[in-house]
Design a protein around this ligand. Sequence first.
Ligand code: TXA
Ligand code: MG
Length: 322
Amino acid sequence: MEFISNCTAGAISKAAKALKDGHLVAFPTETVYGLGADATNENAVSQVYAVKGRPTDHPLIVHISSINQISKWAIDIPDYAIKLARDFWPGPMTLILKRSDLAKDFITGGQVNVGLRIPNHPLAIALLAEFESLGGHGVAAPSANRFGAVSPTSAESVSQELGEFLNGDDLILDGGNSEIGVESTIIDCTRSAPQILRPGAVTLEMIQKTIGIDIGFDLNQSTIKAPGMLINHYSPKAKVSLDTIAKPGEGFIAMSEHSTPEGAIRLANPKNIEEYAHILYKALRESDKLGIQNIVVIIPKGSGLAEAIRDRLLRASNSNKL
Ligand code: TXA
Ligand code: MG
C-alpha cells in the first residue's frame, strides 16, 4: 500500500488509474474516509469486502462526480429525489434508488436498489471526475474501517485500521480530517415519499424544506433494508456507556458545559454539535490507543445532527451488551 500525503494532480491521476486497473484507493470525503473500488469491477469490489471483513450481502454506496451520472445507475427516479440531489449534492447524503442494469448484485447485495452519493471534498470530486474521464462509471466506497468498527476520519486512521490488509498497488490519499465526521444521511427514495434510513448532516428539517412535505422521522418505517445498520456498529474496543457517571480512569466524552468527573480522562470537549460530530470518532479511536476499557459518553440533546450522533452512540454502546 502507498500512502500519498501530498495529493497533487499527478497523485489524483495515479489514483484514478489504480482504480481503473482494479486496485483499491482509500480517499477522503467530508463525512468519513471511504475505501474505493471500481463499482463495475466484481473482483475489485470483492477485495473491498475482504479488506473490510464485511458480509457480501451488505450493499455499497456508489460515488459519482456529478448529477448527470444518476441516470446511469438508477431508473424511475422520483421528482423529490431530483430536488434533494439538486439541493444537497455534493454533500453528506446518499439516495437509495431503483437500480439500472449497471448496478449488479455484487454492489447492491442482491437488492433491487442502489445507493448513490456525490461527496463534497475536492480530492474526492477530482478523483471521481478523473476516474470517469478514464471511462469509469462510479466508485463503490464503504467507510474505510473493518466491519463493525468506528469509521476513520483521517488518512492515518485508515492506515492504522486497514494498512495490513491492503495490497502493494492499493493507495491511501490523505486529504486531512473529514469535516463533518459522521456518515452521510441515507434516504430511501423508492417510494412515494422519502424515508430516512440513517440520520446524518442532511437533517429531517432540511429534507422537509426541500420537498415541501412533512415526512416524519421513523427509522423503522421503511421496508428497505440497509443491512449495515446493525445494532452493534460503530464500536471502539472500549465498552461505551451512555449518560452515566465516569469513574476514575474511565474515558469521558461530553459537551464542554459538562465538567469532567474526578479522575476521568476527558477525550473530547466539543463546544457545539458540529464539533461534537467532527471529533467523536477520533476521540473513540484515541481511547483505544490509550488502552481505556470504559468510556462514558453524555449524549447530545436536540434535533438535526444530534440525531445522527445519538444513532451512532446507541449502536456503539449496544455492541458491548451483545
Ligand atoms: O458517508 C458515507 O456514506 C460514507 C462515505 C465513504 O461516503 N460511506 C459509508 O458507507 O458510510 P458504508 O458502506 O460504511 O455504509 C453505507 C450504508 C450501509 O448501511 C449499507 O447497508 C447502506 O448504506 N446501503 C448502501 N447501499 C444500499 C442499498 N442499495 N440499499 C439499502 N442500503 C444501502
Ligand atoms: Mg460503514
